[in-house]
Design a protein around this ligand. Sequence first.
Ligand SMILES: Cc1ncc(C[n+]2csc(CCOP(=O)(O)OP(=O)(O)O)c2C)c(N)n1
Ligand SMILES: [Mg+2]
Length: 564
Amino acid sequence: MADLNGGRAVVELLKAEGVKYIFGIVGSTFLDVLDALYDDRAIEYVNVRHEQAAAFMADGLSRVTDLPGVCLVTSGPGATNLITGVAAAHVAHSPVVVLVGGVSLDHSGKDAFQEYDLVSMFKPVTKLALQITRPERIPDLLRTALRAAMTGRRGPVLVEIPRDVLNEQMIKTDPQAVETYRVTHPLPPHPDAIRDAVRLLRQAERPLMIVGGGVSRAGAGELVTRLSEQYGIPVITAYGRNDAVPNVHPLYIGPLGRAGAPEAAAACRRADLILAIGSRLAHFTTHFDDRYLRPGVPIVQIDVESRDIGRYFPVAVGIQADAREAAQALLDALGRDNTPAAKPAWRQEAEAFRAQRQSRLAGEGKLDAQPLKPQRVYAELRRVLPPDTIVALDAGAAPAYGYDRLQFNRPRTFLTPLDLGGLGFAFPIALGAKLGRPAAPVVAIHGDGGYLMNAHELETAVRHGINVVTLVMNNNCWGSEKAYQRAFYGGRYIGCDIGNPRYDAFARLFGAEGYYAETPGQVGDAVQAALACGKPAVVEIPIDPDEFPTPAAAVRREPSAARA
Ligand SMILES: Cc1ncc(C[n+]2csc(CCOP(=O)(O)OP(=O)(O)O)c2C)c(N)n1
Ligand SMILES: [Mg+2]
């Protein structure tokens, strides 16, 4: 048994999980951990300018790598500043590990300086939140937290280590391989459930797959595509999960749900069997109602987490399993039964839906109004972004056009706020993603409002050399909310208009690169130059201040109003 101080023990436990970065702002409560990093540069402490960004960065890194994304912050405000970012990780099922150096146990329960009940505060946004109260429990309780974060459906955890527990005593511990304290094999499906699913698939005339985050996470995209190709089952993606299958696949129609493709919604309404893989069929995918899913349509739902199977829609077959294992089992079983492909007419219908979407998007490449329409900006991005680009979308109207307008061909390349819907998300999440996948081009797409919420992290990006490109579509307003006031309050605008500096100049003040693109022709050139400049870069694009997508609540539920 080695004798280690608490700080070194924490570092060794994180190294066993492959952690290379810790995000946070220095605080006196956890200096033993930082001191361990002085001599051991296997882990870099990325010191940011606001803890919220640290949590987003950790989430971004986790989303693209499936490694724990670690934050280390101080008690009180250091931790409370994290909460929005941890909430994002919670809805994305990201294994973000929050370590907080807490107030000394001697002072607990006295409303001491920076003393808050962090375990209670973080419970609703984590899978597990705990406080360690004895130094010798650091290894097993940190492993308990890592087990929760990294097993089954992933999720964030909080571990508070009071400063006296961390700093004062040597502890005896031995390194342990990850396999000794948590399961590392994916969960296979039950054969009976696969048999039932195959029976339904064989009976269906118009089967359709809705695939979600579980597919990218499990690396099941290729198997899903094979299933689609061999058995003529078209594919649509869940909200914000367009990267689950290669979008070039001829039977991929488009994304379903809020700001999704009307053609995907139309295909969904035609389907007589839904095979949902790695999707909860949740709020912005289905709106919890029958506008896309026909009432009573049989559903085979595969999810790694039983809690969400049959939760919003009754299922004909529920299968708790890893998406890749389940897709493989379905392929094997369908092959054994010599299942014929679905009817050619259904395949043709799906191909027509796909072609309809492609031509609609191609038409937007001709919009030449100035200020630019966001739709045209996305047409330019489709033209110039390299295929392995990771794109992070912020909340807001101009970013929202991206849900239906970007192309993805690799898993874990589309990062969105999902059910958090939080502004200020895209730039810091992109920074974390870039650290996780340094060879991939990484682009964050913001409105002017959301960008300034975490724009200060340009300083972090420049200092750490994290070369992310940020697009700021500037309409000088909180556009998405202005759209509501226009649609429902007769244009009585309150609290919607804002002013902005020139963001190309702003970027240069930080030592980053700045570009300004106001004509269609300038957008592609600016983005390509920004990607090649070898620095963090910001591209400001002034856009039409009157161009908003239809607010969700304005959409009627009849099938004719396909856009949501
Ligand atoms: C943290 C946070 N605050 C407020 C909101 C409400 N909200 C949603 S979109 C939006 C406007 C976004 O403006 P901007 O980033 O400029 O993008 P635009 O809609 O103008 O394209 C607001 C205020 C939110 N989603 N998140
Ligand atoms: Mg705006």
